[in-house]
Structures are given as structure tokens and as C-alpha cells.
Design a protein around this ligand. Structure first.
Ligand code: PLP
Length: 418
């Protein structure tokens, strides 16, 4: 049997136009593959592309308490389907983990999702119409674009940094106001603390300005703030708490939080996460809960039950929880040493980068990211080129390699400056 030409470009394919030319591989995974190949061939490779926390021995950091919790789940419970929206005990524990003693716990609904990725997906499809665009920072995690396009939405950005290297509130307000008038609704996605890819965390002044901007426009259109908290547990100690700001917003702006264990419990593979939505109005909460549960049924149906039950044990059992806090503190300490070392080395050579207090990544600004990354690769140092900078994964760079990393970055940036 021969297929007739089925696409506008005259290809013989079963795929629809939108699917016919998808990029097959995530560019970061492709770089990672080259780094591994060269290392296997005997080269001394420094691979700062991997977005997972690795020990200084180059092995994935894991938390033993998580596996202890897995061991506490009976086969019979783990093998059964999870409820569509997620285990009620899990969802209650997630809300408590997010909001602590705040009254927000009582004003929140939640569903289980496969990691933060699933949570962002559900946010997009429930508060934007097809054809509409989410709003985020000009540097952003690439999958936002994929999640938006795959669900027939899109992405627009505001300039992330002003000339003082702080979050550009004027650009944010301008773009938000434009979206209010052009599309009559806004989904603002902010990844803080420890933004991927820049490492930036909003401080108290920025949170306060953000709340003022959102409140100023909240009566004009439905505005949703989706907080992507993927790296929340790796913020600098003593950094600002966002909970009081969300308390101010509740009821005016829909606040959603994408919660995930991927980084906070060093458990990327179990795919445990949640989308939490806050509204003081019980009728709106009821609608939100139904809408989000419906999206679960219409996508993955229900999530990994073993992972969800194990993480519930961890969050709810004070002994196990304390153990996991100690283990995580060790990982934070390791990352904190790398951040301090990077900042010190970068200062010596004047590397341009945003304020960086903690987190898996930092971005180094360069006028030609491809050239910078290529120059670095020539000496066996791998980073990810982005528009306007290269992303450096301190999370996977052994502390002893940071001077070499910074030296290669410096050479790469100089090459791009010509
Ligand atoms: N958001 C950001 C900014 C991320 O970097 C990641 C993972 O890399 C995620 C969300 C979601 O990760 P997961 O789906 O594993 O929770």
C-alpha cells in the first residue's frame, strides 16, 4: 500500500503537519551524549550540562531516607491504582509542606502530577485558552515552550534583568498589561527561588513589587501566578519566604504552585509532584479541584502509586522526615560550597552573571553563546548555550573542577567578545 501525500509540504506520512518535523532529541541530552562519548574515549571532560545533583565523586546524589520510605510501602498498596487526583494523605502533606501553619492550607486544592512538569501542564491547559500565551522571564526552562505548544498555547516573555541586574519590573508590568488587553487573561509562570537557567532568586523587594503589579491588574482580567518551585529547597538559607506574599494575593490572583520531589528529595525517577491551587472561595476551589482532576484523567490518568505513598510516609512520619532533612542539608551544603567557590573564582576574572546565592544552575552572559560554548567544548568543558548566555550546571560540577570551569568560561566569553 502506498500512502497519499498527506501534509501541506507533500510528505508521505501518517503524521499531522504539527508533528511531522519535531526535534527528536532535547539539545541538552545531545550535548550530554557528546560529553560522555569523549570521556569514554579517554578525554578529561568536564560536563556541566547535567541538571541533577552529583557528588564530587561524579555519582548521582541520592537520599537513603527516600529508599527507606519506599521499603515501608506494602506491595499490595503500591500495586493498586492511585486515586485519579492523588492520595488524600499525600495531597494534605504537600499542602502542609508548602504552607506550614499558614491559613493557605485550608484555602488550597491539589492534585498529584508526574513531577513539576505535569503540574505546569495542568496549569497551562486550565487557565489559558488554546492560542493564548503564558508569560515568563526572557530566560526560561525550555520545556515551558514544549508544554505550551504541545497543548496549542504559546510563550511570551518579559525582559528578565534590568540594567542593575535585578528583575525588570517595568518590563513585567508592560507585558502583563499588554496581555490583559490583548488576550483578556494572564498566566505568569515564575521559577523562583534558584531559577533555571540563571540561578536567580527574587528577594523581598522584588516579591513586594510583584504583588503590587499583580494586584493593580487583578480587577481587569483573570490573572494566575504559577510558581514553579522545582528548586525551592535549595534557596540560600535565610532567603525570603514567599508564603506571606501569596497570602496577600489569595482571592485576587489565582496562585498555583508546582511542587515536585525531583530535586528536593533527589528523586527524579519516581515522578512525584503536585499542582496546588489557592483560592479562599469554596465554590471556586470546587471548580478548580474538578478541573484539575479532569485533566489528570485526560492525560496520565493517575500517578506512580509507590512513589506517592513513599513520599507521603516521608512527609508525615516525623522521624523519617527529620532524617531526610539532615540528608538534604548535606546536599545543600555541598552545593553551597560550589556556589561560593564559583562566585569567588568568577569575581577574580569579572565573569558576567546574575546574583547567585544557591541552586543548581547559573547563567554566564555572553554576546555569542554558541561560540562561547564551542570554544569551551574544544577544551573538553561542556555547558549549554542559550539566547544571551551559557547555562552552567554547578549541581553536576565537582568542587575541585570549578577553577577549570571558570577559566574555560572566561576564555569562551572573551572569544565571543572578539
Ligand atoms: N521546572 C524547572 C524550572 C525545572 O528545571 C524542572 C526540571 O528540570 C522542572 C520544572 C520539572 O522537573 P520534574 O518534572 O522532574 O519535577
Amino acid at each position: 500500500m502506498t500512502l497519499p501525500d498527506t501534509t501541506s509540504s507533500g510528505l508521505r506520512t501518517h503524521l499531522i503537519d504539527a508533528s511531522v518535523d519535531r526535534p527528536g532529541d532535547d539539545p541538552i541530552f545531545a550535548l550530554n551524549a557528546e560529553a560522555k562519548q569523549r570521556a569514554a574515549a579517554g578525554e578529561d571532560v568536564l560536563n556541566a550540562t547535567i541538571g541533577a545533583l552529583m557528588g564530587d565523586d561524579g555519582r548521582l546524589a541520592v537520599m537513603p531516607s527516600v529508599f527507606e520510605a519506599f521499603g515501608k510501602v506494602s506491595a499490595e498498596r503500591a500495586a493498586a491504582y492511585a486515586p485519579i487526583a492523588g492520595e488524600p494523605r499525600f495531597l494534605a502533606a504537600v499542602k502542609r509542606d508548602l504552607f506550614g501553619e499558614s491559613a493557605l492550607v485550608e484555602q488550597a486544592v491539589a492534585v498529584a502530577t508526574p513531577g513539576g512538569t505535569g503540574a505546569v501542564h495542568h496549569g497551562i491547559v486550565n487557565v489559558l485558552e488554546p492560542g493564548q500565551k503564558l508569560l515568563t522571564t526572557s530566560y526560561y526552562w525550555g520545556p515551558y515552550q514544549i508544554l505550551a505548544e504541545h497543548t496549542r498555547r504559546g510563550v511570551e516573555t518579559f525582559r528578565m534583568f534590568n540594567e542593575h541586574g535585578r528583575l525588570d519590573m517595568s518590563s513585567l508590568e508592560r507585558e502583563l498589561a499588554r496581555q490583559v488587553s490583548e488576550q483578556g487573561r494572564v498566566l505568569l509562570v515564575l521559577n523562583t527561588p534558584c531559577h533555571n537557567p540563571t540561578g536567580y532568586s527574587l528577594d523581598e523587594r522584588e516579591w513586594s513589587a510583584l504583588v503590587s503589579i499583580l494586584m493593580a491588574h487583578a480587577s481587569e482580567a483573570p490573572i494566575t501566578l504559577l510558581l514553579d518551585l522545582a528548586y525551592a529547597r535549595f534557596g540560600a538559607s535565610g532567603s525570603v519566604s514567599w508564603v506571606p506574599f501569596v497570602e496577600e494575593l489569595a482571592g485576587e490572583v489565582l496562585v498555583m504552585a508546582a511542587w515536585t520531589v525531583s530535586k528536593s528529595f533527589a528523586q527524579y525517577g519516581a515522578r512525584v509532584g503536585a499542582l496546588v491551587a489557592v483560592d479562599p472561595d469554596p465554590a471556586e476551589r470546587h471548580r478548580l479541584q474538578n478541573a484539575l482532576s479532569y485533566s489528570c484523567r485526560g492525560t496520565w490518568s493517575n500517578c506512580n502509586h509507590l512513589g506517592m505513598l513513599a513520599i507521603t510516609e516521608l512527609l508525615a512520619d516525623p522521624v523519617l522526615r527529620a532524617k531526610s532533612d539532615v540528608e538534604r542539608d548535606e546536599l545543600r551544603k555541598l552545593l553551597g560550597q560550589r556556589v561560593a567557590e564559583f562566585n569567588a573564582e568568577a569575581r577574580k576574572v569579572g565573569l558576567p552573571h546574575p546574583r547567585y546565592e544557591g541552586g543548581f544552575f547559573v547563567t554566564v552572559f555572553t554576546p555569542d553563546a554558541e561560540l562561547t560554548a564551542r570554544t569551551m567544548r574544544a577544551s573538553g568543558v561542556f555547558v549549554v548555550p542559550l539566547q544571551g548566555g551559557v547555562r552552567v550546571a554547578l549541581c553536576s560540577t565537582p568542587t575541585r573542577d570549578i577553577p577549570r570551569l571558570v577559566e574555560a568560561l572566561d576564555r569562551g566569553v572573551r572569544a565571543a567578545r572578539g
